[in-house]
Structure formats: C-alpha cells, structure tokens
Unconditional design. Structure first.
Length: 248
C-alpha cells in the first residue's frame, strides 16, 4: 500500500488532534509501573482487558467501531507489472483478535505489539491488471480474501512530546508490520470479462500458490493491520498524558 493512500486513509478515519481540553482517562485504560518487575506482564494484562472496548470504538478518541471496519480504498503496492486497487472494503474478524505480547523499551523508545487473528477477512470490490507470478490477470468485481491463523507484529518508535505542561507519547514514522499466515484463501469474481472457465482456473492457481501470491496481496493485509495498530495507539497516546499510562 502506498504511503500516500495509507496516509489519506489514516487521516480520514483515525486522525486525532490534541485539544486544549484533556479527555478523562476511560476506566478500561489502566497504567503500569515501569519500575515493577512485571511491567510487561502488566501491559499485556491491561491490554487484553482494554482491547474489546477499543475494537467497539470510542468517539472520544476518534476510534471507529471496527466490527466490522470499513475502508473506502486500498491502493496495493504490487510493483510495476501488476496494478491492484481495492474499494469499499469491509474487514471482518478483528473482534477475535488475541493480544500475545506488548513490549515497551523506554530507553530506546520502542514499542512492540504482537497479536493473533484467527480469520481476517477482506471483502469488497477489486480492479486488477498485469501479471501475477507468470500469468496475465485482469478483471474487476467482488473480492474475498481470507487470511487464516495470522500472527502480526507491529513495531514502532516514539518520542515524548510536551503539550501544555504534560508529556505525551508521539509515534514517529518509523513503524513496520510483519506477519505470518498458515493459509490464505482468495476469491476474485468476474475475472477476464466474466469468462468463468478462465476465472475458475485463475482462482484455483491463486489458492494453490497462495504463499507466492501473498507477496502480491500481502501489502493489502499488512497495510490494513499496520494502519489500525498505528491509529489506535496514536489516538490514545495523543489524548492521555504519559504519566497516566506509564507510572514511574
């Protein structure tokens, strides 16, 4: 996914401005003491408690309901030989997200969040034209991508910014999303101007070679999860002071 499109998506749906009126910390956001030996376990435990509330959305932070999540457009960065555009995408399965690990490195100012999503489904419309692996492909129509048993790791760097006398977490642009799947299912309707035989053959090829195909469709998955992780973190960090999230 291009940075321009991803940035536009984040701005449209999740961008949070720090206002002069500080928002009261919600009950589901609980601090942890950095000096405690169980700091990371505390972050994980409190994160697991907060996640269901966050996924249902919180207007005070500008976080939308993610069950399901709607994305107007994803411009997939698949290289020069293949163009993929996804539109009106609905993302299902985020409500089953499992938080595996949370790590704060306050010296290096780095954050790591590791999650599992049993079934992440992207449904909507697609436009595709070019070559995928060794075969030509073109079409437009309905799309269904199912990412099965995915483990996703979000890594980010942050700085501490001061605003009106309080310190706040502020994520930098140095963030990444790595993931691994056990399987992926792809269904593209109306390939090759609706030629059912060619379309069925191509869908069979895509699913039989899903690991190789993942290099083409992977940016749509990683870009979606990355933007969700970044936007949730940014929304909370920009509204709640550092000392209310991390106790010295």
């Amino acid at each position: 996914m291009s940075r321009k499109i991803l940035g536009f998506y984040v701005l449209c749906f999740f961008h949070i401005y720090v206002t002069s009126k500080k928002i009261r910390t919600p009950s589901y956001i609980k601090p942890c003491s950095i000096s405690a030996p169980d700091f990371e376990d505390c972050c994980l435990s409190h994160g697991k408690e907060a996640l269901p509330y966050i996924l249902k959305g919180d207007r005070r932070f500008g976080i939308p309901n993610m069950i399901p999540l709607t994305i107007p457009q994803i411009d997939v960065d698949a290289g020069n030989n293949l163009k993929i555009l996804l539109k009106n995408i609905e993302v299902f399965g985020l409500d089953k997200t499992i938080l595996n690990k949370v790590k704060f490195d306050t010296d290096a100012k780095k954050l790591m969040i590791n999650i599992s999503i049993p079934q992440l489904s992207l449904r909507g419309n697609y436009e595709i034209d070019g070559r995928i692996l060794i075969l030509p492909i073109r079409g437009n129509g309905d799309l269904d991508i199912l990412a099965i048993d995915g483990i996703y790791q979000y890594n980010a760097e942050y700085i501490i910014s001061k605003y009106k006398g309080d310190d706040y977490f502020d994520l930098t642009e140095k963030d990444t999303l790595d993931f691994d799947l056990k399987n992926m299912k792809i269904k593209l309707n109306n390939l090759f101007d609706g030629d059912k035989k060619l379309g069925d053959q191509m869908n069979k090829f895509l699913n039989e070679n899903w690991k190789e195909v993942l290099s083409e469709f992977g940016p749509a998955i990683s870009g979606t999860v990355r933007s969700i992780g970044r936007s949730i973190a940014s929304a909370i960090f920009k509204k709640i002071p550092y000392h209310e999230l991390v106790l010295d």
